[in-house]
Design a protein around this ligand. Structure first.
Ligand code: IMP
Ligand code: MG
Length: 172
């Protein structure tokens, strides 16, 4: 891989942002048990850091969805590769995503999860590319908002590369 990477968010900025989100989530869900659903693979590092700063009890589940499209754009044609393994009926669900871009993946995921009759369903995304939205979805907890650019690192990939980088970079 030979793409040129430019540092966007440092370890310190990421740590501060994750701490802020953990604080907000812990306060909002005080006295509740929440099921966190990490969306693989991109959210795995974010989820791992986030859960260790929460002060509420959580259950952790994972989903994996795949969308057909080009390397950098999702097509909106989405399939579930791995589903949650527990009943969500009557539970408080918080979806943990790496990035919300067009919103197509998340809309599909939310429709799928709503059919399981959770008692609440919210979204936490590390990065929100709000200006690129094609379908309206409300993100309840947002780490960073960026306008454009393709990013990698901290779990987020380009062609499966760069996920292990501890900081977030823009690919030129
Ligand atoms: P959406 O369906 O367009 O909202 O796509 C969201 C998904 O596309 C994210 O969860 C990522 O997996 C991927 N994605 C969107 N933007 C980026 C990016 O800048 N870098 C890496 N993956 C991205
Ligand atoms: Mg994703």
């Amino acid at each position: 891989m030979t793409e040129e990477l430019k540092l966007l968010f440092s370890k310190k900025e990421i740590a501060e942002t994750v701490a802020r989100l953990a604080h907000e989530i812990s306060a909002d869900y005080a006295n509740k048990q929440v099921v966190l659903i990490g969306v693989l693979k991109g959210a795995f590092v974010f989820l791992a850091d986030l859960v260790r700063q929460l002060t509420i009890p959580v259950e952790i589940e994972f989903m994996r969805i795949a969308s057909y499209g080009s390397q950098k754009e999702s097509s909106g044609e989405i399939i579930i590769k791995k589903d949650v393994e527990i009943s969500l009926e009557g539970k408080d669900i918080l979806v943990i995503e790496d990035i919300v871009d067009t919103g197509l993946s998340l809309t599909f995921l939310l429709d799928h999860l709503r059919e399981r009759n959770p008692s609440s369903l919210k979204i936490c995304a590390l990065v929100d590319k709000k200006s690129r939205r094609e379908v309206e979805v409300e993100v309840d907890y947002i780490g960073f908002t960026i306008d454009e650019g393709f990013i990698v690192g901290y779990g987020i990939d380009f062609n499966e590369g760069y996920r292990a980088l501890p900081e977030i970079f823009v690919v030129d």
